[in-house]
Design a protein around this ligand. Structure first.
Ligand code: GDP
Length: 453
């Protein structure tokens, strides 16, 4: 996502580095480069125009700053303007004062609504809410079943007009009446004291009047607190027309960008908030329940400008890491106890849980230049390490010093690797162990506050 835009912008800024002062001609050339990069990324023309003229004006008028050199100043301006077109401040869900909070999903077929319903429910549940999903997409065969599957995965109930429902569902609902299902779903949530209800609605392949009317009718019937318009980030130039049609036909309170994990050029993301005046609230980045983030305009701008996205990374780590395990590990390190191969294995497994290592590394600052190496990064490496450690006996895991030549050969055979791979792992482990010992002695990682306790 945004890779080529990011590369182009970074290259443009690189040209400015080392300049003492920027002439008007320099600024014009830079703005031209930025304009081309945005257009090539499929950003809508009016958005590009407004964006570049704001940058030009501000760059020309920029006061000389002691802290920033001219190139940094331009980056700062571009960053601020990017944050602006992405919607400014982060906007989170507005919860109803009197539950249930009603969230309606709208968008084209295949946009990712059903998938999002599960992700949203999963995230809300983790925050202590009690969401229920309502299957008001009666258009597409299987949509109800699909939502039921998603609900089960997320561990939340679903209100549906036929198989897949849970609880006391009103079976008098006429199948084929999505407005009725939506209305009854909200009543069901109120009855059963679910504090959030997420209503999935039907989409069509293209914008059509019947679809719009149905969504508008559902909206009128359930009076949602939030209407989230879900849009596939990969649809490129069509994004603006689609978003405008939904804005006019149904209206929505926020946007969800889905499939941000694809290698699309990203123009949708950069156009939709600006064109519709509605904030982007969430991003969907894959097919798994956890491939979901709150959309932070400032962090996204930082990612595009290759300033990394350390905050999102930290949040994901917090969500994924097992707090209990982490505490045990910290206690172990603090007490100076030895860090064993078994601990190393647990750590590797935690790392794997963080999801695609590539995705993770891509969020670190400065990774843009390393993208090629990143592409070659072999995720199977983690699997290999796991296999090697699992092929060791418990005694070997606790005390790798006993691993002699014949044990090495046995472990290599058992894990389907080579003795070289086993040796490499042992070397790496020794390095990690040394670091852990230092941490125990020195009271923490250099440059970090010492651990409490
Ligand atoms: P709906 O018709 O709007 O309900 O769309 P679905 O939720 O059924 O999604 C359509 C397809 O896109 C499915 O195959 C999903 O697995 C896939 N999908 C949804 N969200 C994402 C995402 O963020 N990334 C990727 N790669 N695929 C997604």
């Amino acid at each position: 996502m945004f890779n080529s835009l990011s590369d182009r912008l970074t290259a443009t800024f690189k040209n400015l580095r080392g300049r003492g002062r920027l002439s008007e001609a320099d600024i014009d050339a830079t703005v031209r480069e930025i304009r081309r990069a945005l257009l090539d990324a499929d950003v809508a023309v009016p958005v590009v125009r407004e964006f570049t003229s704001a940058i030009r004006e501000r760059a020309l008028g920029a006061e000389v700053s002691g802290a920033l050199n001219p190139a940094q100043q331009v980056v700062k301006i571009v960053n601020e303007e990017l944050v602006e077109i992405l919607g400014g401040a982060t906007r989170t869900l507005v919860l109803a004062k009197v539950p249930p909070t009603v969230i309606m999903l709208a968008g084209l077929q295949g946009a990712g609504k059903t998938t999002l319903a599960g992700k949203l429910a999963h995230a809300l549940k983790a925050q202590g809410h009690t969401p229920v999903l309502v299957a008001a997409d009666l258009q597409r065969p299987n949509a109800v079943t699909q939502l039921s599957v998603v609900a089960e995965r997320a561990g939340v109930p679903v209100f549906a007009p036929h198989p897949g429902n849970q609880g006391a569902v009103d079976l008098d609902v006429v199948i084929g009446d999505p407005v009725g299902v939506a209305r009854d779903g909200v009543a069901f949530a109120r009855d059963k004291q679910h504090d959030v209800v997420i209503v999935d609605t039907a989409g069509r392949l293209g914008v059509d009047a019947v679809l719009m009317q149905q969504a508008a009718d559902i909206r009128a019937a359930i009076n949602p607190d939030e209407v989230l318009f879900v849009i596939d980030a990969m649809i490129g130039q069509d994004a603006v027309a689609t978003a405008s049609a939904f804005l006019e036909g149904v209206d929505f309170t926020g946007v969800v960008l889905s499939k941000l994990d694809g290698d699309a050029r990203g123009g949708a993301a950069l156009s939709v908030a600006k064109v519709t005046g509605r904030p982007i609230m969430f991003a969907s980045t894959g097919e798994k329940l956890t491939d979901f983030e709150v959309f932070h305009p400032d962090r996204m701008a930082g990612r595009i400008l290759d300033m990394g996205d350390v905050l999102t990374l930290i949040e994901q780590a917090e969500r994924t890491f097992d707090a209990e395990q982490a505490e045990k590990m910290a206690a172990k390190v603090a007490s100076g106890q030895d860090f064993s191969l078994a601990d190393f294995l647990v750590q590797m497994q935690q790392m794997k849980k963080l999801g695609s290592m590539k995705k993770m590394l891509g969020m670190l600052p400065g990774m843009g230049q390393m993208r090629e190496q990143l592409e070659n990064f072999d995720e199977r490496e983690v699997d290999r390490i796991e296999a090697v450690i699992q092929s060791m006996t418990p005694a070997e895991r606790e005390n790798p010093k006993i691993i002699n030549g014949s044990r090495r050969a046995r472990i290599a055979r058992g894990s389907g690797t080579t003795t070289t791979a086993v040796n490499q792992l042992l070397e790496r482990f020794e390095g990690a162990q040394k670091m852990m010992r230092q941490m125990a002695k020195g009271g923490g990682v250099p440059g970090m506050p010492p651990m409490p306790g």
